[in-house]
Design a protein around this ligand. Structure first.
Ligand code: PLP
Length: 437
């Protein structure tokens, strides 16, 4: 019954250990977090909140959830926390449900310029279907275009402005977002899913003094279980005393049922881990590593969107090697033992499926204990792979493109250059456990 699955898990574990993971939204959890996730807590139903559950037998769950809330509340210095969201996307949905009526205007950063789908992508998401979505973008230098944001906000009078991103390499200026939100009376929601760990470590401006509501996933730089949390700030509660009640109600009964209690316990542990000096050092090292990787790539003649990074991630601009090369470069890197993801760039001339960028981040390799020296080596390998495979250009004709990629993939799997790098990658990763400290 279980053997097949356990053998697949063993395979996945081997892959995670042997390869170098540079997907900026991924991380690896501590043994303690990992342990609670397979505990008996997931057997229990506990719809509702501590002291007012719809199910009997929730006394222990109440204590676990309260502990998680207290720890997160202290960590961020915020008066309201909800740890029940199943993940980041439903958490954003719940926030919109609490703050808006269908048809109200929502503003978020365009997906192709580094925003998240749930920030109002106009055609493929519920957030774009149920709300009037107006999206802002970035300037030529890849920084948020605040002048455009202000102009659009004044014209469209949004109820909610979201400040958040998934592929934006620079610091988000929450103060500027606040000034614009104030001019039009909008709620400011900071979605810090990617950067929570940096905010906690003091390596990124905190949204707490500026935003009304904050959302973060718990499995990215926070290094906890897969899940999310919603926080409300003093400022948010001053604007609406019932904000906490509204957010609670938007989770259950608004958009969810029973909380995932094992996840809640994992969040409590991750919050305690994130309160240590060790974690602050971890956050600092994430950025040092990202800077070292970016510098090495630039040195090797690889372009980066906006010319570099101020955070945990960077976006490689492959345009000078060819348009739409992201797919083949990401595939070749995976063969070489380095996995990342293809990404659109702000000046995209390809398509979301065949984009011209590559997104790289350092949270996971930093959790494994890698430092600047390893980043330099990884940077050299990435540059080598890009130059090696972009000699073959992606055809623009649709049919030809599919055939080309099929052939390209088959050849890459046997490519001696990629194989040689993979061997060297294996030697390095053997020295770094999945979770160092
Ligand atoms: C990851 C992410 C989300 C969505 O989280 P899921 O857990 O994948 O649903 C939302 N917003 C931002 C900014 C993210 O980075």
């Amino acid at each position: 019954m279980s053997e097949q699955i356990f053998s697949l898990i063993a395979k996945e574990q081997k892959r995670q250990k042997e390869l170098i993971g540079l997907i900026p939204s991924e991380n690896t959890v501590s043994p303690a977090v990992s342990r609670v996730l397979s505990s008996c807590l997931s057997n229990k139903y506990s719809e509702g909140y501590a002291g007012r559950r719809y199910y009997e037998g929730s006394q222990v769950i109440d204590q676990i959830e309260q502990l998680a809330i207290e720890r997160v509340s202290k960590l961020f210095q915020v008066p309201y926390v909800n740890v029940q969201p199943y993940s980041g996307s439903p958490a954003n949905w719940a926030i919109y449900f609490a703050l808006m009526q269908p048809g109200d205007t929502l503003m978020g950063l365009k997906l192709a310029m580094g925003g998240h789908l749930t920030h109002g992508h106009p055609t493929v998401t519920a957030s774009g279907r149920f709300y009037n979505s107006v999206q802002y973008g970035v300037k030529k230098d890849a920084r948020i275009d605040f002048a455009e944001l202000e102009r659009l906000a004044k014209k469209h009078q949004p109820k909610v402005i979201v400040a958040g991103n998934t592929a934006y390499p620079f610091e988000l200026d929450f103060k500027k977002f606040r000034q614009i939100a104030d001019q039009v009376g909008a709620w400011l929601v900071a979605d810090i899913s990617h950067i929570t760990g940096l905010v906690i470590a003091g390596e990124h401006m905190s949204p707490v003094p500026y935003a009304d509501v904050i959302m973060t996933t718990t499995h990215k730089t926070f290094r906890g279980p897969r899940g999310a949390m919603i926080l409300a700030t003093e400022r948010g509660l001053e604007r609406d005393r019932d904000l906490g009640k509204k957010l609670d109600a938007a989770i259950i009964p608004g958009t969810q049922g029973g909380p995932h209690n094992a996840t809640t316990a994992g969040i409590a542990i991750a919050a305690a881990e994130a309160s240590t000096t060790q974690f602050r050092n971890y956050g600092k090292q994430i950025r040092k590593n990202a800077t070292a990787l970016a510098q090495e790539l630039l040195k090797q003649g690889i372009d980066l969107v906006g010319g570099g990074t101020q955070t945990h991630l960077m976006v490689v601009d492959l345009t000078k090697f060819g348009i739409g090369l992201g797919t083949q470069v990401a595939f070749a890197l995976d063969v070489a033992g380095i996995y990342a993801n293809r990404n659109t760039i702000p000046t995209e001339q390809g398509s979301p499926f065949y984009p011209s960028g590559l997104r790289l981040g350092t949270p996971l390799v930093t959790s494994r204990g890698m430092k600047e020296k390893e980043m330099k080596q990884i940077g050299r390998w990435i540059a080598q792979v890009i130059k090696h495979v972009s000699v073959q250009q992606l055809p623009t004709d649709r049919k030809e493109r599919a055939a080309f990629l099929k052939q390209f993939r088959a050849a890459a799997l046997k490519d001696p250059v990629l194989k040689r790098i993979r061997k060297a990658v294996k030697q390095i990763t053997a020295k770094f456990p999945l979770f160092a400290e």
